[in-house]
Design a protein around this ligand. Sequence first.
Ligand code: NAD
Ligand code: UD1
Length: 343
Amino acid sequence: MRQNKTILVTGGAGYIGSHTCVELIQNGYQIVVLDNYLNSTKLALKRVEEITQTSLKIYPQDIRNKMALRQIFAQHNIDAIIHFAGLKAVGESVAKPLTYYDNNVGGSIILLKEAQKAGCKNLIFSSSATVYGTPEKLPITENCPTGNTTNPYGTSKFMIEEILQDTYQADQAWKIALLRYFNPVGAHASGKIGENPNGIPNNLMPFIAQVASGKLNHLEVFGNDYDTLDGTGIRDYIHVMDLAKGHVLALDYLLTKSKGEVLTVNLGTGKGYSVLQMVKAFAKASGKKIPYTIEDRRPGDIASCFADVNKAHKILNWHAELDIETMCSDAWRFIEKNSVKTS
Ligand code: NAD
Ligand code: UD1
C-alpha cells in the first residue's frame, strides 16, 4: 500500500520533518519535500539522503507561494500532506505576532486551498500541547478544553486546528489528523540529524545540550517553587523518532480509511520529568557537568504537563518506545558529531 503513495512534506528540512522523512522513506512511502530554509539548512536533507540512500525531490519554496504549490501538485500525484512548515519560537511570536499569523495561519490557508484544488484531501497537521493552555487536569486527554493559549504561536496552532475542523465540516471527504506533540527531544541514532536551533535555544533540551558541550556556560532553571516533586517544571519529553513513527501510523490510518474525519491525537509518552531530572539524565548520558542556577519562573509557564496517550495507542496502535536515557544519549551523539564548540 505504502509503495505507490506520495507524500508532500512541508517543513521537511526542519527538526521533526527531517526525522519523519527518514521514517517515511524507510517505511516505503515516496516523498516530496518543500521548505524555504527559514529555520533549517539543506544539510539536514543531504543527511536524510545519506541515511536512507535515496535521492530526494526537494522544492526550496515557501508554503505561501501558491504558484509553487500549484506546480508541485501538477507534477506529482500527491496522496497526502504532512504539514510541518511554520514558525515555532514562543518569545518571537509575542514580539512579531503578524509574522507568525501570516506564516503559520496564512501559509496553512494557502496550502489548503491549493491542496483542495488539486483534489488532495488527506493532511496531517503538526499541532502542539500548547493548544491546551493551562491544563484543566492531568494527564491531558484530547477532550480537554483548547484555545486558552497564552502567546501568538500557541494561538496560531489553535486557529489552524479550527480552520481544519471547518474545512472538514464543509467537505467531509477531508481526512485530517491533528497531532498534538508534547515535548520532542533527541535525535536520529546515526547522529547525522538532530535539533540545531539558531542562536540561543529557548527549549530545555537543546539548552542543556549546549551547556554540556561548553557552548553555553550554565543553565538557568526557571523556578523551583512549583508544586512538583523537586519544585521544577514537569514535561512529557518524547523522542523525535517515536514522534516520526507516529506520523507514519497516522498516515497509514488516514490512507486506509474509507470515510473522512478529523482525528485528534496526543503524541507523548504519558510520563513527566522535571527540569532537574532532565539535567541529571543528560549529565549521565554525556559524562559532562551541567552547571545551573535557579531563577524566577518564566512567564506563561505551567507547573506540569503530560499526555494521556491511550487514544494514540487505541486508534493508531502507537506508543512511545524510547526512554529518557536514549533521548539524552541520542541528542548528545548529534551534538558531539556535529562539532559544537567544546571550550
Ligand atoms: P523547525 O523550525 O525545525 O521546522 C520547521 C520547518 O519549516 C523549517 O525547516 C523551516 O525552514 C520551515 N518553514 C517555516 N516556514 C515556512 C514557510 N512559510 N514555507 C516553507 N517552509 C517553512 O521546527 P520543528 O521543531 O521541526 O517543528 C515542526 C512543526 O511542529 C512546527 O509546525 C512546530 O510548530 C510544530 N511543533 C513543534 C514542537 C517542538 O517542540 N519542536 C512542538 C509542538 C509542535
Ligand atoms: C515551550 C513553549 C510551548 C511549545 C513547547 C515546545 C513556552 C512558554 N512554551 O513549552 O508553547 O509548544 O516549548 O516547543 O515557551 N526551562 C528551564 N530553563 C530553560 C528552558 C526551559 O528551566 O532554559 C524549563 C521550563 O520552565 C519548563 C521546562 O524546562 O519547565 C521545559 O521548557 P521548554 O523546553 O521551553 O518547553 P515548554 O515549556 O513545555
